[in-house]
Design a protein. Structure first.
Ligand code: CUA
Length: 308
């Protein structure tokens, strides 16, 4: 290679180096600008957690919002197929919110629209970031990691309310009125099982025309089902399903008893239930809560039921 050719190549190499250096610099400036203006921070690891023992973990046994100090809140969130626990997070505007995330099963993504909150939620890992919402409003949360057949249904919400409204809701929560099973069903179950309890054939099994059969077969089975969830292939009244019912153990024993009592009577004739049926009590849920069952144990249990 003669000297002139060598010089020409060297000149182009310097230009390419300068261009790629400039691009890297631009990206760093953009990231720094976003961090400085959006009030966010880079997601950090905050330790590990065992997905199998979330119900007894300090951070995730009671997922939700808790006050850490004046105008500072902790939000513990669990991702599971195909919902967020809690699905709706309510925080006051202008407060420092410290989020902690983990997953009960597979990798999900928590992306809050119109904010810089966007992270992977990974089983076994705890991720944390803090954020301050400056605008009140309802922010939609999308799962942005493909997590299974109903990934597109995995939508959550962050409600950012005024300090006064936040205080009002907290005091309403502190003194709960009689739990309304219909309301619990509407806000937790109806998106899959539908408001009329009919489910969606092939995707979500019906509650109507089926739940009384489960009660007849084994009174404690629906209690275990709500606490532990169910995953795998089942048949309901001749139709096959292969999906996942999430565990609802984050609901209180009172809420679970109320929603079950609502669902066993809402659509079926009373005669569908055993003649000696008495309403479920919170104590029955408290008792079953002591012995959590694995997904495999739940599926085996359902296989043993004698169903019509
Ligand atoms: Cu969870 Cu996609």
């Amino acid at each position: 290679m003669d000297h002139a050719t060598h010089e020409r190549i060297a000149k182009w190499e310097r230009r390419w180096l300068a261009a790629s250096g400039l691009m890297s610099l631009t990206f760093v400036i953009l990231i720094a600008y976003t961090l400085a203006t959006e009030g966010g921070e880079i997601v950090q690891a905050a330790g590990r957690t065992d997905p199998a023992t979330l119900t007894t973990s300090a951070l995730f046994a009671q997922p939700g919002v808790r006050a850490l100090g004046p105008n500072e809140y902790q939000v513990s969130l669990i991702g599971q197929a195909f919902t967020w626990v809690p699905n709706t997070v309510v925080v006051p505007v202008g407060a420092l919110v410290r989020f902690y995330f983990t997953s009960r099963d597979v990798i999900h993504g928590y992306q809050v629209e119109r904010t810089s909150i966007n992270l992977e939620v990974i089983p076994g890992e705890v991720a944390t970031l803090h954020y301050t919402f400056d605008e009140p409003g309802t922010y939609r949360v999308s799962c942005n990691q493909y997590c299974g057949s109903l990934h597109h249904e995995m939508v959550g919400w962050v409600e950012v309310v005024s300090a006064a409204e936040f205080a009002r809701r907290q005091s309403a929560q502190a003194a709960p009125a009689e739990v309304d099973g219909a309301a619990v069903f509407a806000s937790n179950c109806a998106s899959c099982h539908q408001a009329n309890g009919q489910g969606i054939a092939g995707a979500f099994p019906p509650v109507a025309g089926h739940l009384p059969d489960l009660v007849r077969a084994d009174r404690t089975y629906p209690v275990k089902l709500l606490l532990n969830g169910l995953q795998g292939a089942i048949t309901v009244n001749g139709t096959s399903y292969n999906g996942q019912m999430p565990a609802w153990s984050h609901l209180s024993d009172e809420e679970l008893a109320a929603v079950l009592n609502y669902a066993v009577t809402a659509w079926d004739e009373p005669e569908a239930l055993p003649a000696d049926f008495v309403p479920y009590t919170a104590d029955e849920f408290a008792a079953e809560r002591q012995s959590p069952l694995s997904a495999a144990e739940m599926l085996a249990l359902r296989g043993e039921l004698e169903l019509p």
